[in-house]
Structure formats: structure tokens, C-alpha cells
Write a protein that binds this ligand. Structure first.
Ligand code: ADP
Length: 363
């Protein structure tokens, strides 16, 4: 068990690529930390620097109290789980799990105890004699996890460990890895490009873009208080709706002009005035679930009604995604209860929950 600390860490590859810039983060002991962002944002590079598989160009990396910049990967007391599983095809499951311990000259009895314990935790005791090619994707993933668990490392590093699994198995393994973390109470640093994995698994999420941390916070904070337009658009599905405009004072009210011409409720208006947004060009954001169709909500929100035409209605079973024209110059997505039974072509009136709306600086 250990905390991991990165101080002003940079990674420069040859050819003038700066993959990670001024990365500062304290990962707490036993924390499940997720690095998330689009492809190429520097997630894997960061993880590989922590693992010792990439050199750090500048800055300091601590695992526990130890500065490990120059410590070899095998001496860092970490275990890494890769997307590809990296199992040895000619060895059976038992041998795959035992191999790392054998290399480290563990006693045979000790190896046997650890492998059997890990196999029990992962429910793969019945597979110990099989070769990887005789296993399903989910079983291979468990073996890869088992190989990390037997090492009893201070920190688990996981690089997109679920991306080779089909959608259903991915959801199942997601909860299994979370349960495993609760049981082992080891620090986990987990890389994914999938915001759902980040939201559901992380105690804390670090959203990255172009090698820079955009926001590091709990899933709830990131969802409800995104630091900028990028984070707001990246986290959440379907994505937040955005429209550019200006906040203008009119007769004592704060109005969002251009796309919407909609009054901002007083509490929110006060906060926006204090932040100096009046008269400024801004980006207004609203999540699909904050656009409502319930009659009661419409009655109590006379200032934030919008008329729209349903272009596409996707029935997801319990809920429905509406893609709407006529509100802004782009289609707006709303997420409503499927009982509503909207259909393409319907003209509808909806209400925006302006108290839940977001305002961002134009970048
Ligand atoms: P992610 O894991 O978020 O997809 P990476 O950390 O793999 O991103 O890559 C970050 C950036 O560094 C990208 O622009 C990528 O092309 C570049 N990069 C990664 N590895 C190398 C390398 N070995 N040499 C040069 N550039 C690299």
C-alpha cells in the first residue's frame, strides 16, 4: 500500500513531442484513481512513467516515500495489467500466474499459496491447467489480473484492461475490478478513454487533454461542476448541449442572448454577475437530462420554455433521447422518460432547468 506523487512531471519524446506537461498529482494510499481522456492525450505515457517503462524527462515521481525516477521497474513494487493481457501462450494459467514470483526467487510453497489464493478470489481455480488459447476473453483478463495480484504490490497500474472485451463482459469486469479493489485495498491507477468506466470506477478522476490535466476531482464534482467546456463535453452521455451567446442585463434580469434569449433565474444570475460574466461572450451548456417535458415542470418554469421539433426519437427502453431542431442552430439532445412516446416530426414545448445550466468562458 502506498501513495504516489508526481511533481511537475514532463515527458518529451524525441522529435519535439511533449506528451505530458507539468503533471502534478497526489494519489492517496488505497485510492482508485482513473486517468481519462481522448486518444493521444498522454494517459499511457503517464502510467508508463509511473511503471518505469518510460523515462521521466523532468520532475519527480514518488512511490510511498521513495523517489523512484531512477529505480528499475522491477524494484518499484508495482504490478501492471495491460490491455493485451500479455499472457505467455506456452504456459498454463498456473504457470502464467507463478512466473513473476519464480523470477523473484519465491519459495515453491509460497508461490503455490499465493497462486491458489488469487485463483480463488478471481474464481478461476478450475482453469489452472488450461493454456491461454483455451480461455475466453474474460477468463484471460482474470488471469492477467491474477498475475498482478500474486505479487501483492503496493500499486496496481492498469492500462485499458477491459477494452478487448465485449460490452456486456466489460460491464461485469468493471464491477469485479471495483470489488477487487475494495477487497485488496491497494492503490490503483487506471487508464481508460471510456468516460463511463471513469465515472463508475474512480474514487477520483483526472481528465487529460493534450498532455495537460484539465480537472482532477471526484466523479460527482466533475459531472456537476466541470472546470471547462472540454471536461463538460467529454464526461456524460449523451453529451452536454452547448450554445454560444452573451449574458445581458435587461430590466433587472440577466438574459442569455443569441441562441436562446432565456432568462437566468435570480440565484444563478447573482453568481454569474459576481463572476463577471455580464456583457461577456460565453458558452452556455445544459445536460440532456436537464431539459424537461413533464407538465408540472413546464408550469413552474414559464421563463425557460423552448419550442422545438423532434427530428429523431431514440427509444432506449426506460428513457428516450430526443434530437431537437429549432432551439439553437444545432440539434439539441434531451433525455426524457420513455413513457412520453414522442415521435419524429412532433412539435413540442420543453423547459430548460436553468438552475442546472452551466456557463463557460469562450476558449
Ligand atoms: P494516450 O494513452 O492518451 O492515448 P499516449 O500517452 O499514448 O496517449 O501518447 C501521448 C502523445 O505522445 C501522443 O501524441 C503520441 O503520439 C505521443 N507518443 C507516445 N509514445 C511515443 C513515442 N514512443 N515516441 C514519440 N511519441 C510518442
Amino acid at each position: 500500500m502506498a501513495q504516489v506523487k508526481l511533481n511537475q512531471v514532463y515527458k518529451r519524446y524525441s522529435g519535439d513531442v511533449t506528451a505530458v506537461t507539468d503533471f502534478n498529482l497526489d494519489i492517496k494510499d488505497q485510492e482508485f484513481l482513473v486517468l481519462v481522456g481522448p486518444s493521444g492525450c498522454g494517459k499511457s505515457t503517464t502510467l508508463r512513467m509511473i511503471a518505469g517503462l518510460e523515462e521521466i524527462s523532468e520532475g519527480e515521481l514518488f512511490i510511498g516515500d521513495r523517489l523512484v525516477n531512477d529505480v528499475a521497474p522491477k524494484d518499484r513494487d508495482i504490478a501492471m495489467v495491460f490491455q493485451s493481457y500479455a499472457l505467455y501462450p506456452h504456459m498454463n494459467v498456473y504457470q502464467n500466474m507463478a512466473f513473476g514470483l519464480k523470477l523473484r526467487k519465491f519459495k515453491k510453497d509460497d508461490i503455490d499459496k499465493r497462486v491458489k489464493e488469487a485463483a480463488k478470489i478471481l474464481d478461476i481455480e478450475h482453469l489452472l491447467d488450461r493454456k491461454p488459447k483455451a480461455l475466453s476473453g474474460g477468463q484471460r483478463q482474470r488471469v492477467a489480473l491474477g498475475r498482478a495480484i500474486v505479487r501483492e504490490p503496493q500499486v496496481f497500474l492498469m492500462d485499458e484492461p477491459l477494452s478487448n472485451l465485449d460490452a456486456k463482459l466489460r460491464v461485469q469486469m468493471r464491477t469485479e475490478i471495483s470489488k477487487l479493489h475494495q477487497r485488496l485495498k491497494t492503490t490503483v491507477i487506471y487508464v481508460t478513454h471510456d468516460q463511463t468506466e471513469a465515472m463508475t470506477m474512480g474514487d477520483r478522476i483526472v481528465v487529460m487533454k493534450d498532455g495537460l490535466i484539465q480537472q482532477a476531482d471526484t466523479p460527482t464534482q466533475i459531472y456537476h461542476h466541470p472546470a471547462n467546456v472540454f471536461v463538460a463535453g467529454f464526461i456524460g452521455s449523451p453529451a452536454m448541449n452547448f450554445v454560444e451567446g452573451q449574458l445581458v442585463e435587461e430590466g433587472g434580469d440577466l438574459i442569455f442572448k443569441n441562441g436562446l434569449n432565456i432568462k437566468v433565474p435570480e440565484g444563478k444570475a447573482k453568481m454569474l454577475r459576481e463572476k463577471g460574466y455580464v456583457g461577456k461572450e460565453v458558452i452556455f451548456g445544459i445536460r440532456p437530462e436537464d431539459i424537461h417535458d413533464e407538465p408540472l415542470f413546464l408550469e413552474s418554469s414559464p421563463d425557460s420554455l423552448v419550442k422545438a421539433k423532434v427530428e429523431v426519437a431514440e427509444n432506449m427502453g426506460a428513457e428516450m433521447y430526443l434530437y431537437l431542431s429549432g432551439i439553437t442552430d444545432k440539434w439539441v439532445t434531451a433525455r426524457v422518460n420513455a413513457r412520453t412516446q414522442f415521435a419524429a416530426g412532433n412539435e413540442v414545448t420543453l423547459a430548460l432547468d436553468m438552475n442546472k445550466s452551466h456557463v463557460f468562458d469562450k476558449e
